[in-house]
Write a protein that binds this ligand. Structure first.
Ligand SMILES: Cc1cccc(C(=O)O)c1OC(=O)C1CC1
Ligand SMILES: [Zn+2]
Length: 306
């Protein structure tokens, strides 16, 4: 029989109404199951455990309980990111082949983290000081889903320069999905303090990231070395992206970045490889020696990748 899917609504972690919330009728009411794309989006609740999770459901189509808020945000923001890649880049889900997108919220207790585990997006609730529930930030959700896009395209190895590029691509597409500011995670970072974020693309140094090769941090390729500083040295490609976007605009930049990520970058790419991949992508789209190509080169030269 035809699955009944319904457009409901919900209240997010920050008290905002998220509408439409694409639901499917289930035995005990309605579930966070979005059938409006090729790839179904399911949002599960781990109930602060770390083993199993069940589909988040409600007896009606309004998800406005406090303990549903993280699920509302994860579900809505996953659809927003799905739509971004489909409408802007004609990419159907993170694999380009309509893969399902499954998210788990309320993972563990006071968990200040969000990650893509190769199958699911997983979000902690934060400890209420450093983070609130991380799914409430659209740039965080886009960051995590872009890890999946990268895995199914350039497959940048998560260490040293390729790892920092992997991180940067997630931050840069996080910006493209949430272009209101140059901060990452501002909607969930330090809920008690306004105006700050986890990282800044325009001013990486503000959060102790290098913005130039002369400040590249040679860290050990270990867990406590952040695998060669993938979340630290990403400040350099992030700054180059900020300079590029500021010069040629969001629309042209996202076309260049998407083409480089999916056509030219390979798994062990260095920062210099990324500069040439983006230069080639700009040349393909806007012409050899175009302003766009030149501005990409200028941006990477400005951060010392020359
Ligand atoms: C909060 C957090 C901790 C560890 C890894 C990641 C990770 O996904 O690399 C992470 O999420 C982010 O960086 C998102 C963008 C704010
Ligand atoms: Zn990341």
């Amino acid at each position: 029989n035809k699955i009944e899917h319904i457009a409901g609504s919900g209240v997010g972690v920050n008290g905002d109404t998220k509408k439409p919330l694409n639901l499917t009728e289930v035995s005990n009411g309605y579930g966070l199951q979005d059938e409006t794309h090729t790839g179904t989006i399911h949002t599960y609740d781990a109930k602060n455990g770390t083993s199993n999770a069940t589909l988040m459901t409600d007896s009606d189509t309004i998800f406005n309980d406090k303990n549903q808020a993280a699920g509302v945000d994860a579900h809505f923001n996953a659809a927003k990111t799905y739509d971004y890649y489909l409408n802007t880049h004609q990419r159907d889900s993170y694999d380009g082949n309509g893969a399902e997108i499954n998210s788990i919220v309320h993972y563990d207790k006071n968990y200040n983290n969000a990650f893509w585990n190769g199958q699911y997006m997983v979000y902690g609730d934060g400890d209420g000081q450093t983070f609130t529930s991380l799914s409430a930030a659209d740039d965080v959700v886009a960051h995590e889903l872009t890890h999946a896009v990268t895995e199914h395209s350039a497959h940048l190895v998560y260490e040293n320069q390729p790892g920092a590029l992997n991180e940067s691509m997630s931050d840069v597409f996080g910006y493209f999905v949430d272009p209101d500011d140059w901060l990452m995670g501002e909607d969930v970072y330090t809920p008690g303090k306004d105006g700050d974020g986890l990282r800044s693309l325009s001013n990486p140094e503000q959060y102790n990231q290098p913005a130039h090769m002369n400040a590249y941090q040679d860290l050990p390729n270990t867990e406590q070395g952040d695998y060669g500083g993938v979340h630290i040295n990403s400040g350099i490609p992030n700054k180059a992206a900020y300079l590029t976007i500021s010069k040629i605009g969001k629309e042209k930049s996202e076309a260049i970045y998407y083409r480089a990520l999916t056509q030219y970058l390979s798994s062990n790419a260095s920062f210099l490889d990324a500069k040439f991949a983006l230069k080639q992508a700009a040349s393909d789209i806007y012409g050899a020696n175009s302003t766009e190509e030149q501005e990409v080169v200028n941006a990477w030269n400005s951060v010392g990748v020359s």
